[in-house]
Design a protein around this ligand. Sequence first.
Ligand code: ATP
Ligand code: MG
Length: 384
Amino acid sequence: MGKVIIVRYSEIHLKGKNRGYFERVLILNMEKALKGIKHEIKRTSGRYIVDGFDEFSEDEILSKLKKVFGIHSLSIALKVETDMDKIFAAAKEVCFTEGTFKVSAHRADKLFKYDSMQINAEIGGRLLSTYKNLRVDVHNPSFIVNIDVREDGTTLIFNHFHKGAGGMPAGTSGKGMLLISGGIDSPVAGHMIAKRGMQLECIHFHSYPYTNMQARDKVIELAQVLAKYTGGIKMHIVSVTHIQEEIHKSCNGEYMVTLLRRFMMRIAEELAKKNGAQCLITGESLGQVASQTIEGMTSSNSVIKDLPVLRPLCGFDKDEIIERSRQISAYDISIRPYEDCCTVFLPKHPVIKPSLQSVLEEEGKLDVENLINKSLLSVETVIL
Ligand code: ATP
Ligand code: MG
């Protein structure tokens, strides 16, 4: 009796003619996630079977595959030769000794002489006479013994469906540049868009030496959390210290965040285009803070030349974002106290609804092009 992992995919089957392409990308992403762990992946009708792994790698494989987008659910199954006694022996293994249950058989191998109803009755009957505290409840059982009689002469038996990451395989929906801070929101925003199949590249702005190395390490760790879902991430780290200093020196302090956002957007667009990213992604949520009013977004949007800006969290409350942040294991990193560049030089009263005209007036006091070029010279790129 061996063990395998059954991998079922999500929406891919909806993709008609593109199905083959989506399946190829998914299998590549699975292979990437399992790199360095002994295993074999086989495709069978509508699913994959992971086989040939050592028993001690089972949990690791499961947890890695749970992060691969495009996978709907996974089950650890016992694999036996298709033979009623062997199927029963495995069914006994996955069966709890008390509670309500049902047997749910599926027979792809039409040569096996029992049909699915007969398998249900036979295995169910044998389990009932083995475990006296079991009862059948076909409508609302506390567990199900699933039996999958495959065409290749083997049968898979399992009792649980683990939830997969869902979404679409990474890399099937183009590439986006995520503006990532050390906060809670932007990693969640990146995760949501990556889940829809988009490859992510990250850009982070720092104000070293006003912000410290721990702040930088924290953002790298957050990007690494995302990389576990996307199979790797390229990250650009850019200095905006001189920009903040210049705004502080020359402009009305209330406009610090508003003006800095416009610089970030311009630099992000420039780097996005250079690296083939087709959109920008931010963690903004409407009305959450002063710079995230519709006026603030209008101001930062108006410097973008032609890429769309995706703001997947726009309609989310903070508690909904926090819940997602916990789900993707980013929260504990995000709440570490190190400062993001925006808190340096932060005004006591930031402008809340900046009119575009007043923003332009303030920005007019700066040599925008020069400041951007200086930032572009500071770009450091790391592969995570
Ligand atoms: P977050 O939790 O993502 O930091 P926030 O609620 O703190 O978001 P802001 O600080 O106003 O909101 O930032 C809004 C968005 O701007 C962020 O979600 C992120 O996409 C981008 N951003 C802010 N600071 C930086 C930074 N230092 N580097 C890159 N992007 C940033
Ligand atoms: Mg922030």
